[in-house]
Design a protein around this ligand. Structure first.
Ligand code: PEP
Length: 253
């Protein structure tokens, strides 16, 4: 079965509640009732409930930007996967580079989060990608293998059905330095080949692999038309409804 394209907006630590609701409203209006592309928005935790109300009844899904790896307990300031499903989340981003590199999130913590989130019924958008220093040393394949192998340790075939991979080269995130369509296609093709070696052709063939890193309305058509690019995880450009909707359109929506 051909993979359906998927575009998700990562709003990061941006928007007021009013802005978040207005942005969600504009995305819902622009996406229409029967998009051919899956679409999700990931607001800050505190706006999830307010944005969920706006998305209700629409095909635009709600996602969170992170989750804790335990289901409940004494973890001050944290949010559990069950809380996310209860507020209406279908997706959660795990292992974003801003958490790995800025907040010291380890591969082991990412693996724990992936398991707990999947067990609670969420779909996981698992972020992987090399830093500039790693790319300059031609280590991207090794970094990918380490991150994915660690993050996916212990997953069953059924759980892979609810996994989305986001290839986000760290040098391209929020920098305006987007990968070229050729670079993205080569990376995604290599990732899929490696996934096939690690987990089999069925898992690799069905796995959506999103590109993330400075995607804009202008560069999206080139990126989204690559055969192994199954959509995008969009940061900055997801904060402007017209930009985000143009990216959704470029993905075929
Ligand atoms: C991201 O943070 O996941 C991202 C891709 O950001 P940007 O689009 O702003 O580079």
């Amino acid at each position: 079965m051909p993979r359906k394209k998927f575009v998700a907006g990562n709003w990061k630590m941006n928007t007021t509640l009013a802005e978040a609701r207005a942005l969600a409203q504009a995305v819902v209006a622009g996406v229409g009732s029967a998009p051919t592309v899956d679409v999700a928005v990931c607001p800050p935790f505190v706006w999830l409930a307010g944005v969920a109300e706006v998305l209700r009844g629409s095909p635009v899904a709600l996602g969170a930007q992170d989750v804790h790896y335990e289901k409940k307990g004494a973890f001050t300031g944290e949010v559990s996967p069950g809380m996310l499903t209860e507020v209406g989340c279908k997706y959660v981003i795990v292992g974003h580079s801003e958490r790995r590199h800025g907040l010291g999130e380890t591969d082991a913590a990412v693996n724990h989060k992936v398991h707990t989130a999947l067990e609670e019924g969420l779909r996981v958008i698992l972020c992987v990608g090399e830093t500039l220093a790693e790319r300059e040393r031609d280590l991207q394949e090794r970094v990918f293998q380490r991150q994915v192998y660690a993050a996916c340790a212990g997953l069953t075939d059924d759980q892979f059905d609810r996994l989305v991979l986001a290839y986000e080269p760290v040098w391209a995130i929020g920098t305006g330095k987007v990968a070229t369509p050729d670079q993205a296609q080569t990376a995604h093709h290599n990732i899929r080949r490696r996934m096939s070696q690690l987990y089999g052709e069925k898992v690799a063939g069905a796995l959506p692999i999103l590109y993330g890193g400075s995607v804009t309305a202008e560069n999206a058509p080139g990126l989204m038309s690559q055969p192994d690019v199954d959509g995008g995880l969009i940061g900055g450009a997801s904060l402007k409804a017209d930009q985000f909707l143009a990216i959704v359109k470029a993905a075929g929506g």
